[in-house]
Structures are given as structure tokens and as C-alpha cells.
Design a protein around this ligand. Structure first.
Ligand code: UTP
Length: 298
């Protein structure tokens, strides 16, 4: 059996990116040439997923529109001799089936995932956060490796982790691994702590926005009480799985692969710079421009 179902939560309010997100989803902010969520969907397709459920919310219609085939735009490009731009719309033809459901109230990521229960049934499924890109050129194969581990081990979840600097642990769910993990190997998670201070943090392994779950996660989310910020946290539901005796495994992003979190301006600006400066067409000129700017600055 292979895992075909993926869930992409995109219902969050994105308040840390105001005013940019006042009337548009943060998942549609451009990073280089594409909106964030397009990278996420392309990553899922490349990793063998074929059915994608978006958990959407208010002001998120542009995400649905983005993945529709747009015959009016295609005709316009043909009639105005702009055929070369048609290649920019090839993602519309991906061999994927899209499903959409709305999270009625923004009660947290755990609650958003609970909305996938009917879609997933008793099949394992992937969760990929719609505001996070994986891999230097968005070319990560992490999810395929996580699915392989999930299928070959007895476990209720496999969670991706990135090693972050000590000052960044307070932004993420942090793992307490049973033994120090080595690159490419899965490891058993003893516990998780949501957004700890550097002093409280049991490691520097931060949850990196990709998960594989068995359907047992739904019961765990239902038992989860509101945590930090009054929200139902997915991290707390995973802790309940562990406390209930389920095996939860972690996998570290391989060296050279990184996570771009488009949830705050600092990491959004960095992600945009990284993708724009290394764009095959626009990158070289842009790098000269930035060198000039920095030179002027002294
Ligand atoms: P965040 O934890 O960044 O929360 O969401 P947020 O509400 O979007 O942003 P802030 O904190 O107000 O700035 C991580 C991912 O989970 C989704 C978001 O859309 C994002 O892709 N999410 C979050 C939901 O789908 N529903 C929620 O209730 C919360």
C-alpha cells in the first residue's frame, strides 16, 4: 500500500504577517515567482501524493482559484501571442485531485487536522502546512522517505524535524528524542514541548511542518484541551499519542535541506531573498544589484 492522501491546512489568520495578510492568505504570498502553497502542492505531487484536501477558512478563495484550470487566461495568452507564458500555468495540469473543506473557527492546527477525518477514513495520510516550503529549491523528497518509514515501522506518526539555533527553539514544537538522532535515520520521540524557552528545550530539533499520521491522531486531537494561545495544538495531540503508548518517530531533514517558514516577516523575507537571488533567470542580475546596494551602504 502507498500513501495517497495529503492534508494541507491553510485556514490560519496569519496575524503575524499583517498588514500583508489583511485580505489575502499568507499561503498565497509569493516567494520568488510562485505563491507558497504552489510549492507545497508541487512537493506533494513529486513525493507521490495524489489526493489533496485543503482545510480552508475566511478570505482563502484565491487558493482554490489558483489550482483551477483557467480557460479564459489560456485563450487570452494564445490570442495575444504570449504562448511562451503558457508554461507558467503547467502546474494546473498536475495529476492531482483537490478537495476543500472549511474550518468553521480558527481553533488551532489540531482542530484544522480534525476536519480531515472523513477524507482520510482509516488510511494513513500526510499533513503538509500550507505556509512552509521544504528544500533549498523546493525540491525536497523528505515526505516520500517519511512515508516509507511509516509503512515499514509500527508507529502512529512520523514527524519531520529541523535542527535550529538555540535562540529559535521558542518558535516551534521541540522534540525530546530517546537517543541522539543520526542523519537519515528515524528516531523515537519520548516527548515534545511546544515553543519552549532555550533553557527548557530538551533539544534543538524543531518540528518542520510535515507529518505522516495514522487515523489514531483524530482521537488524540479530540481529547486535546486548548493549549498555548487557547488553540488546540497538533503538538499536544501528538504528545497524547505518545502518552497513550503509541510509537511516534522523528526524522531530521537531511543536510542541505531546510524549511522556509512563511509565518513571520523575518523568515518570509529570507525565503524570498533566497529564491529570488538564486532564480536561474533573474538571480544573477539581482545578486549584482544587491552587491551594489550593500556596497553603497558601506
Ligand atoms: P500558524 O501556527 O502560523 O497560525 O499556522 P496562523 O493562525 O496561520 O498565524 P498567526 O499565528 O496568526 O500569525 C500554521 C499553519 O496551520 C494553519 C495555517 O493556515 C498555517 O498554514 N492553521 C492554523 C489552520 O489551518 N487553522 C488554524 O486554526 C491555525
Amino acid at each position: 500500500m502507498t500513501i495517497k492522501n495529503a492534508v494541507v491546512p491553510v485556514a490560519g489568520l496569519g496575524t503575524r504577517l499583517l498588514p500583508a495578510t489583511k485580505s489575502q492568505p499568507k499561503e498565497m504570498l509569493p516567494v520568488g515567482k510562485r505563491p507558497v502553497v504552489q510549492y507545497v502542492v508541487e512537493e506533494l505531487e513529486r513525493n507521490g501524493l495524489s489526493r489533496i484536501l485543503f482545510i480552508t477558512g475566511p478570505s482563502k478563495y484565491s487558493i482554490e482559484n489558483h489550482f483551477d484550470v483557467d480557460p479564459v487566461l489560456i485563450r487570452y495568452l494564445r490570442e495575444t501571442a504570449k504562448e511562451d507564458l503558457l508554461s507558467e500555468l503547467e502546474f494546473e495540469r498536475a495529476n492531482l485531485r483537490f478537495f476543500y473543506t472549511r474550518q468553521k473557527m480558527q481553533l488551532g492546527l489540531g482542530d484544522a487536522v480534525l476536519h480531515a477525518e472523513e477524507f482520510a477514513g482509516e488510511q494513513p495520510f500526510v499533513v503538509a502546512l500550507g505556509d512552509t516550503i521544504l528544500g533549498r529549491h523546493a525540491n525536497s523528497t523528505m515526505i516520500a522517505r517519511m512515508c516509507e518509514v511509516f509503512m515499514s515501522e509500527t508507529c502512529a506518526a512520523v514527524v519531520a524535524f529541523e535542527e535550529v539555533p538555540p535562540e529559535d527553539v521558542r518558535f516551534y514544537g521541540i522534540a525530546e528524542p530517546e537517543t541522539a538522532p543520526s542523519d537519515g535515520e528515524s528516531f523515537v520521540i519520548r516527548d515534545l514541548i511546544e515553543k519552549p524557552s532555550p533553557a527548557e528545550a530538551p533539544s534543538r530539533l524543531a518540528i518542520a511542518a510535515r507529518y505522516v499520521f495514522s487515523h489514531h491522531v483524530f482521537a488524540a486531537v479530540r481529547e486535546t484541551r486548548p493549549g498555548k494561545g487557547g488553540e488546540i495544538q497538533l503538538t499536544d495531540a501528538i504528545r497524547l499519542l505518545i502518552r497513550g503508548g503509541e510509537r511516534v518517530l522523528g526524522m531530521k531533514l537531511p543536510p542541505g535541506e531546510r524549511r522556509y517558514d512563511i509565518g513571520n516577516f523575518d523568515s518570509y523575507f529570507r525565503a524570498f531573498m533566497d529564491f529570488a537571488l538564486f532564480d536561474p533567470v533573474h538571480g544573477p542580475g539581482l545578486r549584482d544589484y544587491v552587491r551594489g546596494l550593500l556596497h553603497e551602504d558601506g
